[in-house]
Write a protein that binds this ligand. Structure first.
Ligand code: AMP
Ligand code: TRP
Length: 329
């Protein structure tokens, strides 16, 4: 444990995750847990930076934890916890906010985009990256697995840490983003030039982890393809087929070459049916475990242990920061 690098990441509980999230994020975490001292949490306080129904939020939080575990995130290899159950995150965030410039937060791409969508955006949307910096810095995190859209936020966390260290003396480890080069991007089934996203307007283009088998089959069978009549991985000319090959590969662990060979003489219809079968098998394993967990005491035990363990660690950093800043009697 001692010499393992520490890894931390969070997902916002804003909706049911898709096959894209599973392949692009959760599957990587399942690999990382073997290599790193891993922390995985539900960023529920980040979720309230945009409007969200309280009832929905509550449901999503528990559901996301159950999904993590059902997808293979092992509670014995990870600290799994809910951000809002660890009060040090918000406390540390305030101390960091007072060491963050208004100007640097104004330059965040995500803030610029999201604030355009709602004229009455909250201050929380603006300071969101500082809370994220707190999440990362409290635990002396070395590596932060994120999608490319979050890279800027890990970089600002690093800048804030460096500034704090210079001003008050060595306090934080400087974190680095961990952006997986191999992580496959799963595309929308209807428009394979667009990323499959849980916020997509067209439900036919996406597969949610908890979708019914019939929905999954229908969506895959009606996925956009082409008229070249060959199962070949060629993103440029056959983006739809290439996406289905990637999906097949992700749920069977066969390589692209093996899949091309296996289906060398197949029609698109047969291939799609096979893809649907394999996705349904994979997701039904996950779903089975999910429904076992969702209302179980086991899930609460995992969360209680994660909360207690991370509060203990966070308290040390919090006290240290207070002392350095001069917040003492
Ligand atoms: P989001 O759902 O956009 O908040 O993304 C959460 C995580 O899932 C990020 O690490 C993304 O990179 C990853 N992710 C989301 N959609 C996809 C996709 N279609 N293919 C691969 N990875 C994805
Ligand atoms: N902002 C991240 C997202 O929307 C979620 C997140 C919050 C996070 N705090 C974090 C990710 C700390 C990594 C580390 O995806």
């Amino acid at each position: 444990m001692e010499n393992k690098k520490r890894m931390l990441t969070g997902l916002q509980p804003t909706g049911v995750i898709t096959l894209g999230n599973y392949v692009g994020a959760i599957k990587q975490m399942v690999e990382y847990q073997e290599k790193y001292d891993s922390y995985i949490f539900i960023a529920d306080m980040h979720a309230i930076t945009m409007p969200i129904e309280p009832k929905k939020l509550k449901e999503n939080i528990r559901s996301l934890v159950a999904l993590y575990v059902a997808c293979g995130i092992d509670p014995n290899k990870n600290k799994i916890f809910i951000q809002s159950e660890n009060e040090y995150h918000a406390n540390v965030s305030w101390m960091l906010e007072c060491n963050t410039y208004f100007g640097e937060l104004s330059r965040m791409t995500q803030f610029k985009e999201k604030s355009k969508k709602n004229a009455n955006f909250s201050c929380g949307l603006f300071t969101y990256p500082v809370l994220m910096a707190a999440d990362i810095l409290i635990y002396d995190t070395d590596l932060v697995p994120v999608g490319i859209d979050q890279k800027q936020h890990v970089e600002i966390a690093r800048d804030i840490a460096d500034r704090f260290n210079k001003k008050y003396g060595e306090t934080f480890v400087l974190p680095e983003p961990l952006i997986s080069e191999q992580a496959t991007k799963i595309m929308d089934l209807q428009d394979p030039t667009k990323k499959m996203s849980k916020s997509s307007e067209n439900p036919k283009g996406i597969i949610r982890i908890l979708d019914d088998a019939e929905v999954i089959r229908k969506n895959i069978m009606s996925a956009t393809t082409d008229s070249l009549a060959q199962i070949k991985f060629d993103k440029e000319n056959q983006p739809g087929i290439s996406n289905l090959i990637n999906i097949y590969s992700a749920v069977t662990d066969l390589s692209i070459k093996e899949i091309e060979n296996k289906f060398a003489n197949s029609q698109y219809g047969e291939f799609k049916k096979e893809v649907a079968d394999k996705v349904i098998i994979k997701l039904s394993e996950i779903k089975e475990r999910y429904y076992e967990l969702i209302s179980s005491k086991e899930l609460d035990k995992i969360l209680d242990e994660g909360r207690d363990a991370t509060r203990k660690i966070a308290k040390i950093k919090y006290e240290k920061m207070k002392e350095k800043i001069g917040l003492i009697r």
